[in-house]
Design a protein around this ligand. Sequence first.
Ligand code: SF4
Ligand code: SF4
Length: 79
Amino acid sequence: MAFVITEACIGEKAADCTDVCPVDCIKEGDDQYFIDADTCIDCGACETACPVGAIFYEDDLTEERKVFIDKAKQFYQSL
Ligand code: SF4
Ligand code: SF4
């Protein structure tokens, strides 16, 4: 399990989340930032820091937002 960044980040990208992540597992993609699920320690700091409420715990994602789990996975596989 991990935290996941969703649609509110697209075009926003203020990057407040990267400043608070203790394990530095949030990276910038083309249209949004992504959390590396393999490194995230589920601390929740990024969720609190995000000014647009884009970050959710994986278990709390709505069905429509589950696509962002795969989007993050694909981003990290492409690095
Ligand atoms: S703080 Fe929120 S909007 Fe800003 S980059 Fe992080 S997830 Fe995206
Ligand atoms: S939950 Fe914690 S470890 Fe995971 S991405 Fe957010 S700040 Fe980083």
